[in-house]
Design a protein around this ligand. Structure first.
Ligand code: KG4
Ligand code: ZN
Length: 354
């Protein structure tokens, strides 16, 4: 073993994730219990339901992770845990569990910012995957998830300068809301991406909010426009305004999904590439659930390649919340000597830069 083995715990939102990661890179196990099915009937996350689900699943998830990696808690060098940002009740389950393990086994406890975890997911290697070289600093990082959308400059590991952020909704939130308007179910992101793949016509244009020359984003106007465009499409199809009284034809849903996705991808990709060019970045880091979107990945990767800019791109399964990304960031914090005491508390609004 070349570096410390971390047991890392993620419970900030609606996924219970526990991983074993060596040296902040090599995944030995990465088990995620998703609550998607649990939250689908309400079309969104009910915080208390999420917290109770973490409580129910955290021990079985730990057992499976240890079994997969073939280790016991005694074998690990430290325990890393997400302490914010996120839902307080959900965070408390993971933090309390991590503390109990650290106390009972006499292991150091490493506090990890969830957003930093998303940024470090791209450095992870799957079991057996060949090592790949990451571009050097400076880097520009785009985090796009259900709760966050922002661009940062990284001049070194663990160092962040905020370039821009959403002034209203997160990109994932917009996907989820428009997914509901199109009756595509929860979560909207993957459902819209799938529907967009089936589009045969590509001429429904949704508005883009450029926010001047800034690196900020805004998605609430797009959401309002989507409602209007969907209403118009229903009227054109001779359907009543209420979606429960008849679904839009599949082909129209696909066209609308494509138009919406294209608007989000266009803004995210252009701003990220411009930020990389203007800051002289050698690479672009993507993270967060929306970074699993294939159209976004392809657009940013192509723009970066055309300019000789490298990519730090996690595979789609590591973009959404998981424990391994917490182990990746946690190893860097451990190396920097940043440990938490057993009085560690949840920080629901923790910013990225400490
Ligand atoms: O990072 P994540 O798992 O949780 C948060 O920290 O928020 O991100 C979840 C978000 C949801 O809004 C979901 O709709 C979106 O990521 N998402 C996607 C895709 N897969 C997940 N959005 C667009 N395209 C996808 N393929
Ligand atoms: Zn997340």
């Amino acid at each position: 073993m070349s570096g410390p083995l971390l047991l890392s715990i993620e419970s900030s939102c609606d996924e219970t994730g526990i991983a074993l990661v060596e040296d902040g890179r090599r995944i030995h196990a990465n088990v995620v219990a998703s609550q998607v099915a649990l939250h689908a009937p309400t079309g969104g996350i009910v915080p208390e339901v999420a917290a109770r689900a973490h409580l129910r699943w955290i021990v079985p998830v730990l057992d499976e992770a240890l079994e997969t990696a073939g280790v016991t808690v005694r074998d690990v060098d430290a325990i890393a845990v997400t302490y914010g940002p996120g839902l307080a009740g959900s965070l408390l389950v993971g933090i309390n569990f991590a503390k109990s393990l650290a106390w009972a086994h006499g292991k150091p406890l490493v506090p990890v910012n969830h957003l930093e975890g998303h940024l470090y997911a791209g450095w992870l290697l799957d079991p057996g995957e060949a090592d790949r070289e990451a571009p050097g600093f400076p880097l520009v990082g785009l985090v796009v998830s259900g709760g966050h959308t922002f661009l940062v400059e990284m001049r070194d590991h663990l160092s962040y300068r905020l370039l821009g952020r959403t002034v209203d909704d997160a990109a994932g939130e917009a996907f989820d809301k428009v997914g509901r308007l199109l009756s595509l179910g929860y979560p909207g992101g993957p459902a819209i991406a799938n529907a967009a793949e089936r589009a045969t016509a590509h001429d429904r244009v949704f508005p883009r909010a450029w926010m001047g020359a800034s690196y900020d984003f805004s998605f609430s106007g797009l959401k309002t426009a989507a409602r209007r465009i969907i209403d118009e499409a229903r009227a054109d199809a001779g359907l009543p305004a209420d979606a429960r009284e008849g679904p839009l034809p599949d082909a129209v849903v696909a066209e609308l999904a494509w138009g919406f996705q294209d608007a989000v991808v266009d803004v995210l990709a252009r701003k990220t590439i411009r930020a990389a060019e203007e800051t002289g970045a050698r690479g672009i880091v993507l993270g967060g659930g929306v970074a699993s979107n294939l159209a976004l990945r392809a657009r940013i990767s192509a723009g970066a390649a055309a300019r000789g800019i490298g990519m730090v791109l996690p595979r789609p399964g590591l973009c959404t919340d998981n424990g391994a990304m917490i182990g990746a960031a946690g190893a860097r914090r451990l190396a920097a000597g940043e440990l938490a005491g057993l009085d560690l508390d949840a920080r629901p609004s923790l910013p990225l830069a400490r």
